[in-house]
Design a protein around this ligand. Structure first.
Ligand code: GDP
Length: 425
């Protein structure tokens, strides 16, 4: 059976923790999209880790971790990450890398930085991990696929062709140092050496695993609102963040995805630019940011302070719908225990009309939040193991959100650890 763990919102919902938790009973965990531009924070028996490329199942020795074909594969980052977990006592994980994955090259990162520099104040807030230039090249059909590393003749010809093409931009648009084909070739040979032992026809591997009845998890990065089609375009990421894309980015049939576990955080946070209707500012935001997540809401990759807001039912209802949610995992609920009253965004007012349907970007920019206020529970709920033991106002908060978004909250996370989870229903 295949389950997908994906985000309903802007990312950072706590997918890493939920994946790590579910991985205990999984055989295979797959990253199917995105790159090293976002991080998952995981806390388990080995300590606290920020993973960017490795799937969140690498901490168990019974699991196989797969980097799917849909991923933007940053080989040096992958290898640094593998080494860093081994250095901290985690057994060497079993990793397979799709022969059809494409590689983030050093020039992709340079182009990312050069473009942000060129755009100045109008930049997209890129993490400069090369993700947008990488996916642009993939779809322009000038990317490097892992399989090509093993065809040196093809590679030599391609390196010269790509350098020619990239150098036009470097010279005339960005006025930056040019790419030397021999250096590019050398970079690729280094990557070949590093990735060689892990390369596999992963879709064929998964085909067999499915026949054998293995438990497979697809781990998404970011959330619905960062999807290039269904998100807040153009303030989106460059690969689809939807569970449906898991079939493509892993190379499995779509009908094999039987469960879609959509992770929603009990309040909102976002990074980068773009409309964020329920956003809060000043001391109110600082306090939530300080108390949020585990040790504050700061980017796992960049350390940037995240933008903060109240739970957004409009965005989350939409986010869950596009994912095809079967279960909602409602996370970080423990953080809200300090509030007397908890505001929740239940509608958007756009040009004087209130809607609960998430709009396209130019209307979203005009939306003002319609807030409801729920009574807080004013205590620490960490350590509670059953739903019935939660304070009444806390249960009311969960049930209010569930009613508004229209998808069943079957898991409530009340702490960052693996065991901080309450199952419902
Ligand atoms: P992801 O990208 O969706 O995996 O999310 P991140 O890892 O960026 O952000 C989630 C943060 O919240 C991490 O610091 C987690 O350790 C933390 N976290 C996850 N679930 C809970 C929870 O239920 N309670 C608390 N306090 N922290 C949580």
């Amino acid at each position: 059976m295949v389950k997908a763990v994906v985000g309903a919102n802007w990312g950072d919902e706590g997918k890493g923790k939920i994946t790590d938790m579910l991985a205990e009973r999984a055989d295979i965990i797959i990253r199917f999209q995105g790159g090293a531009n976002a991080g998952h924070t995981i806390i388990n028996d080995y300590g606290k880790f920020a993973l960017h490329t490795l799937p969140s199942g690498v901490f168990y020795d019974h699991t196989t971790s797969i980097i799917g074909n849909g991923v933007a594969l940053d080989i040096p980052v992958l290898f640094k990450e593998i080494q860093s977990i081994i250095d901290r006592g985690v057994p060497a994980p079993k990793i397979l890398v799709s022969d059809r994955a494409q590689m983030v090259m050093s020039y992709h990162k340079n182009f990312d930085a050069y473009e942000e520099e060129r755009l100045g104040g109008k930049s997209f807030g890129s993490t400069k991990s090369g993700i947008a230039p990488f996916y642009s090249d993939k779809y322009a059909k000038i990317g490097f696929q892992v399989s090509e590393l093993f065809d040196e003749e093809l590679l030599k010809e391609k390196v010269a062709r790509i350098a020619d093409q990239k150098n036009v931009m470097l010279e005339h648009l960005y006025h930056k140092p040019l790419i030397k084909p021999e250096e590019l070739y050398h970079e690729l040979m280094e990557y070949k050496e590093m990735v060689g032992p892990y390369v596999c026809d992963t879709s064929s591997y998964l085909h067999n695993a499915l026949k054998e009845g293995k438990e497979i998890l697809l781990e998404g990065q970011l959330g619905t609102l960062k999807d290039p089609d269904h998100g807040i375009y153009p303030m989106v990421t460059s690969s689809s963040t939807l569970a449906a894309y898991g079939a493509i980015g892993a190379g499995i049939p779509p009908y094999e995805i039987k469960k879609v576990i959509t992770v929603c955080k009990a309040y909102s946070s976002a990074v980068g630019a773009g409309a964020f209707v329920s956003e809060i500012f000043g001391e109110e935001a600082d306090e939530l940011r300080r108390r949020g997540g585990d040790g504050g809401e700061f980017g796992a990759t960049t350390g940037r302070p995240r933008r903060m807001g109240w739970f957004d039912c409009v965005a989350s209802k939409y986010g869950c719908r596009l994912q095809g949610t079967t279960d909602v995992a409602f996370t970080v609920l423990d953080v809200l225990g300090y509030l007397d009253e908890i505001p929740v965004c239940v509608g958007y007012e756009i040009d004087g009309e209130v809607t609960t349907d998430f709009p396209v970007t130019h209307l979203l920019e005009k939306a003002k939040p319609v807030l409801a206020k729920l009574p807080g529970w004013k205590c620490d709920i960490r350590g509670i193991k059953t739903y019935e033991e939660l304070p009444e106002n806390c249960r009311k908060y969960v049930e209010f959100v569930e009613e508004q978004i229209g998808y069943p909250i079957t898991m409530v996370s009340n702490g960052p650890g693996r065991d901080d989870i309450i199952y419902r229903g």
